[in-house]
Design a protein around this ligand. Sequence first.
Ligand SMILES: O=C(O)CCC(=O)C(=O)O
Length: 248
Amino acid sequence: MREMISEQQWTFYQKNGYLVVENILSKQRLEILHEALEKRYRLEGNKAGEEGSNIQGVRRLCNLIAKDRAFEKLAIEPIALEMAKRAIGDDMRWQAMNFHDPIPSDPRPHQAIHADRSFFKNCTAYFNVVWALDDMTEQNGATRLVPGSHNQPWPKDVLTDAKETVEGEIYATCPAGTAIFLHGDVWHGGRANHSTSPRRVIHLGYCSPNTAPQYEIANSLTPEVRQRLGAHCTLIPNTLASFNQEEQ
Ligand SMILES: O=C(O)CCC(=O)C(=O)O
């Protein structure tokens, strides 16, 4: 298969623990994703986000893969799979797929800076894609991240107040349609939205197979979805029950 990531981009990612690639999703695809998310958000009502973590002040949806064909397609976006494979290895799984939209003017979505891998027991490799579905600006809450921090101890082990600004942090400002690729150990965090319009993103987490999914992914995928996924079924994690059994 033709490589979509250049050696220069890969070298940048390895050195900095992140990579921003613009112009992946077309305007038309963004519109389809916006529509699908808004429709789903209305449908789930006060249950929205309940499978995973409900974050105060954030419009949230979780376990998206099987909830719309547009999400299914995004979960197997070739450039993201190529990056994830380079980062994790050929044998990798989906860990989570969530919608995250900090409500304008609400300060509560400002997150503690964190490294994703630090949340998941036994996880030997984690890779996150933040799909920007609106332009990400300093004002509307572009993700903060610290270049090169994937080579440092995790924030939870060294910081007393991880909500504060961290030396060297930058904002991943970018246009809608961009993918922000994050190493599982890179320090980053979601921010509050101080604009008047939405800041919609989808987070897509890929992990080593020994990592439990955030919620039940395997049993949410119908035979029809699996048939369409074909060879991509290798990305389906084991059931949550199998991970729970291992622990007993
Ligand atoms: O949406 C973002 O800017 C990043 C959010 C994040 O890091 C998280 O929810 O763990």
